[in-house]
Design a protein. Sequence first.
Length: 265
Amino acid sequence: MNFFELLEQVQRTPEALSIPADWGQGRATFGGVVAALVYAVMRSKVPADRPPRSLAISFVAPVPPGVATCFEADVLRAGSSVSQVLGRAVQNGQVVALIQGSFGTPRRSSISVQALSAPVIKAPEQSQELPYIPQVTPEFTRHLALRWGLGGLPFSGSQSREMGGWVRFREQQRIEPLDEAHLLGLVDAWPPAVLSLLDKPAPGSSLTWTIEFIQPLRHLTSDGWCLYRAEIEHAREGYGHVAAGLWSAEGELLAISRQTVTVFD
């Protein structure tokens, strides 16, 4: 199943969904798809006029593919304009991913501050492709196209704090509209930026992830490229702290991301 089919499936059978092995990332499942599936169940609990403002995601344990997973969500509080929702993925009775989300209606305000400009890089057609290579790149990259534009590749011994470029879904048999669930996959498609500082392969994964969505979300489709830029803010003792942004191809900010990353070098 591709990303879109998985999101449709979790709406039908949230109590027992097995994520296929082609969404694997080492011994676990790609975190972006796990977060998107939990989020999809959370979103169904909230009125449509309350778009997501922020998600705080904890990857409690590796989520092995091919194992029946239960996706659950509870509304903790529905106030006059904001709903607080708790979502989780459960395997064999154990919580493996946890998301606390805030959904809120727009309000009148005298404050209006424009987002910082998107980074300027080469067009996708002129940028280096990161191809899917069986047994070399993570399995899930067969579903996502990456074009490098900033910083070094993983394990290249780069000294740059930056990493980024262009990203979109590979499947283009049918052009699909994108929402916040899809943005979770696009943002998390990029490897942890701290891995570019290493000069030899080593495992790394997200421990916690906070993402904020810029509302109203502009109209996006699956055939369009998005621009990603991450910056390493600090790294020490096996933990890295990375801030990132995702923009549309037209330069409109879509999401702001922060991750705490573990590195096992």
